[in-house]
Design a protein around this ligand. Structure first.
Ligand code: SF4
Ligand code: FES
Length: 247
């Protein structure tokens, strides 16, 4: 195995540059190193100004997502040796504005996420004295897969629909809406339906399935969206047969 690998990294400083450029660094190629280790090596030993996000280094926080040789990856869960002999190119997540080097602006996603109300909605809370809202293991299983999302945004970087139509709510926001819709303790399905049934909600998805392919947590956002489309269609038909308020 070669002792070094060329790591090509996007550089962009809004104060200095009009457009991003690529800078290449030689980095030791160690068997146990992930791509994030290569970036930390560059930052610690070569150029302290290199900017990128990370936190947990164990695939949990979701902050280290970047494009690695053109594919969205968690850099803390992607081995450097997979790209030997190199070069390996690391770029900011696609479909998001770049703030600096490998850091992207994610406000668009955060706005969309809060719009789908990803929390438990109760029409009426029961008093604390009545105890917890209990749930069976089977009820938990219906949404557990969707609750594994770590908001890493790899699915947005992979989604061609989001790339073309920034109004589209996108895979993770929709999967998280479904996570709460399926929760037996939740009563907010109708509220979310009004938001999601609009053009930029579920109907924007043409079922390309790239989001599910790249998801490091096996959330299956494409499956969640299709499941939700089916429910929305059923509700739409029901509203004709049994209009709201009819007995
Ligand atoms: S659905 Fe998967 S890829 Fe998308 S943000 Fe959640 S964990 Fe990341
Ligand atoms: S550093 Fe937290 S998921 Fe990679």
């Amino acid at each position: 195995m070669a002792e070094q690998i060329a790591v090509e990294v996007t550089r962009f400083s809004p104060e200095r540059d009009k457009t991003p450029s690529i800078q290449s660094f030689d980095v030791p190629l160690r068997k146990e190193w992930v791509v994030l280790d290569a970036l930390n090596y560059i930052k610690d030993k070569v150029d302290g100004s290199l900017s990128f996000r990370w936190s947990c280094r164990m695939g949990v926080c979701g902050s280290c997502g970047m494009m690695v040789n053109g594919e969205p990856k968690l850099t803390c869960a992607t081995f450097l040796t997979d790209y030997a002999p190199g070069p390996v190119r690391i770029e900011p997540l696609k479909n998001f504005p770049v703030m600096r080097d490998l850091i992207v602006e994610i406000n668009d996603f955060l706005g969309k996420l809060s719009k789908v109300k990803p929390w438990i909605i109760r029409q009426k809370e029961k008093p604390v004295t009545e105890g917890e809202y209990l749930q069976t293991p089977e009820q938990l299983d219906t949404y557990k897969q969707f609750s594994m999302c770590i908001n890493c945004l790899l699915c947005y970087a992979a989604c061609p629909v989001y790339g073309l139509d920034p109004m589209f709510s996108g895979p993770a926001a929709l999967a998280l809406a479904q996570r709460y819709n399926m929760d037996s303790r939740d009563e907010g399905k109708e509220e979310r339906m009004d938001i999601l049934s609009q053009h930029d909600g579920i109907w924007g998805c043409t079922f390309v399935g790239e989001c599910t392919q790249v998801c490091p947590k096996h959330v299956d956002p494409a499956g969640a969206i299709q499941q939700y489309k089916l429910t929305a269609t059923q509700e739409w038909f029901k509203s004709f047969i049994m209009p709201k308020g009819a007995k």
